[in-house]
Design a protein around this ligand. Sequence first.
Ligand code: ZN
Ligand code: ZN
Length: 138
Amino acid sequence: MTKKIEGGCLCGAVRYESDAEPLFAVNCHCRHCQMTSGSTHLPGIGLPAAAFSLTGDVTWYKITNDRGGTSMRSFCPTCGTPIMGQIEGEELVFLHAITLDDPSVFTPQMDIFESSAQHFDRFDEALPRFPGMPPMGE
Ligand SMILES: [Zn+2]
Ligand SMILES: [Zn+2]
């Protein structure tokens, strides 16, 4: 992904942009991503929060994640489009790639949280899969 990152919600009330290079691009099959997306998995990209700017109001809610920390998810209060997630205390935005103006620039590197994947989901055999979070670079 080399293009500038731009996107927003379905109704247009929420817009975002970032000049940052994505830190990762994954298909996440965790239950939170399933529920958030209303589908089998959520294609998402990681961006440094400091290099991400949002215009318009989003509604945030908090949930306890599998590590016992607090995850926050946001959506447009008008049209309901889920926009992004953050983990409390981490300077990272997990942006929902489907909300990009041009989602075709999204190229997943891996599938994560396969352990909670649904049997009716389908995987790209060429991509590595991890049962949960992938091992982080040392
Ligand atoms: Zn909206
Ligand atoms: Zn997830």
